[in-house]
Design a protein around this ligand. Structure first.
Ligand code: BMP
Length: 273
């Protein structure tokens, strides 16, 4: 699998422009950290993005938990993404019929397609959800169409998750059918070994984002289950996603630095550095 290759090598050969950009950012900043900035006001979100910006490759938002979302939220995030060279991932988890998700992705109150480089979806509705979101991205004016990508939520970290077995295998099938829009997966491990129906192409290189990463806890009271950066990267994570482990730490900047260092060391070990 391509996970033995360096980010730099994957950046130079990947067919998808946004995947190339992701790997370039990781390489340039020596960071595979995505911070899950699950705070509830624009000020907290922007302060966190500015403070942690130097140490992260991607910021993951739940934009609908903000109490004061507005144009200033987006303008602020975009300016900080430029300033610190990180990408924006809106964790909206689209899950509906094609006609509805197109309206949720493009326009509406949140205008997600205008600012989120990366989005994700559940495949419970079937293959049509991937096709619908891909259509919306492709219809956007240059340069946005080329700068948008989807992660399929192929597994979940919560206790008793039903996203397993044939569901996870179908996620791989859909990713293989829409390679120009699907960057890869949100999953707890690389999915190369999953018995999917659609065969892999020779240049297949899915990007794996792994949530549920925490250095000091094994879970929460609501069923969250954690693994460490070492474990996640060892199992195939290209980008490790940490929320409370970073933003709820006594010193979030110091925590981000620590996750960056550990995530990077695990990556270097994986590629044989
Ligand atoms: P924390 O590290 O604080 O547990 O946050 C995890 C983040 O990742 C949350 O934003 C959650 O919505 C998201 N997430 C997850 O925890 N497990 C999944 O399977 C998928 C997710 O998107």
């Amino acid at each position: 699998s391509k996970s033995q290759l360096t980010y730099g090598a994957r950046a130079s050969t990947h067919p998808n422009p946004l995947a190339r950009k992701l790997f370039q950012v990781a390489e340039a900043k020596k960071s595979n950290v995505t911070v899950s900035a699950d705070v509830t006001s624009t000020k907290e979100l922007l302060d966190l993005a500015d403070q942690l910006g130097p140490y992260i490759a991607v910021i993951k938002t739940h934009i609908d938990i903000l109490t004061d979302f507005g144009p200033q939220t987006i303008a602020g995030l975009q300016a900080l993404a430029q300033k610190h060279n990180f990408l924006i991932f809106e964790d909206r988890k689209f899950i509906d019929i094609g006609n509805t998700v197109q309206k949720q992705y493009h326009g509406g109150t949140l205008r997600i397609s205008e600012w989120a480089h990366i989005i994700n979806c559940s495949i419970l509705p079937g293959e049509g959800i991937v096709e619908a979101l891909a259509q919306t991205a492709q219809a956007m004016d240059f340069p946005y169409g080329a700068d948008r990508g989807l992660l399929i939520l192929a597994e979940m970290t919560s206790k008793g998750s039903l996203a397993t077995g044939p569901y996870t295998a179908a996620s791989v099938d859909y990713a293989r059918k829409y390679p120009s829009f699907v960057l890869g997966f949100v999953s707890t491990r690389s999915l190369g070994e999953v018995p999917a129906t659609v065969a892999a192409s020779a240049d297949e290189d899915f990007v794996v984002f792994t949530t549920g990463v925490n250095l000091s806890s094994t879970g929460d009271k609501l069923g969250q289950q954690y693994q460490t950066p070492q474990s996640a990267v060892g199992r195939g994570a290209d980008f490790i996603i940490a929320g409370r482990g970073i933003y709820a730490a006594p010193d979030p900047q110091e925590a981000a630095r620590q996750y960056q260092q550990q995530g990077w060391e695990a990556y270097v070990a994986r590629v044989g550095g």
